[in-house]
Design a protein around this ligand. Sequence first.
Ligand code: SF4
Length: 331
Amino acid sequence: MPENSRNDDLVEARNLVKYYPIRGGVFLKEVAAVKAVDDVSLTIRSGETMGLVGESGCGKTTFGRAILRLEEPTAGEVIFKGRNLLACDSKEMRGLRKQMQIIFQDPFSSLNPRKTIAQIIGEPLLVHGMKNRKQREERVLYLLDVVGLRPEQMRRYPHMFSGGQRQRIGVARALALNPELIVCDEAVSALDVSIQAQVLNLLKDLQQEFGLTYLFISHDLHVVEHISDRVAVMYLGKIVELAPSKDLYKRPLHPYSQALLSASPMPDPKRKHKRIILKGDVPSPIDPPSGCRFHTRCIYARDLCSRKEPALREIDSRHFAACHFAGEVGG
Ligand code: SF4
């Protein structure tokens, strides 16, 4: 557990595990498993934005879905406002689900093309008991205004909107039930850079206005920096670094974070990192490397690295890294 519990903790994953079994043979026995999330502990505090970054396939989306129970975790606990979600029955989950929403990556496929915007945004209201149509429409009009869309647009269909507008509709739908936690899963990745900035600013404004808490998942380190209070870096199903955003970008401690940062273009020319080329491909999550999972690609790997798994430990104040030699290598 990297951090102590606090009163303002909103959601806490404790030793969360999500494996996908691979079956084979005549009796379809489990022969292996994809270890998508492997013993991850992470706390998200009320009102903060936690960025979660890593390459494609590192387990970040699975983690985001597992804390909402959209994927059933294999082991571990998810504590939301003091309650263990994994011990809740479906009725209890229905009540809690109102408080936890998700915004998806692709604004082109996440909206039903056959429904009007009023129906799309009003659907969660209907499912959660707002039967009165007039009340629903009033709420939809309010939400459209909140995300910067016009009232007359509620009778239109998704194909009549641009990518940025569709993502605004996705945000309005996520806000419909007054949630506390929103998982933004690559929420701006499909958008042009100029539109990305608009949607990010909208998310920030809404956070201020409604006291929202975000888990912001992205492969783009600079998008995450712009919006996050703290950032967690994932590699092959594990968190390898966790720090306040400004500390992580100023001085990444884990060689994987250093490599990711060095590989992405710097918007700020004063902040230069030595370019590090990662060796080889990401290993298979079915059979991850022994010891430190990053040792097959790490330019600083030593004997110990393949033998012993490094714990996520505090190197500087509130700055955690899972590397035997964090603080000594790179930077
Ligand atoms: Fe590299 Fe070893 Fe640190 Fe892993 S523990 S990141 S292999 S130096």
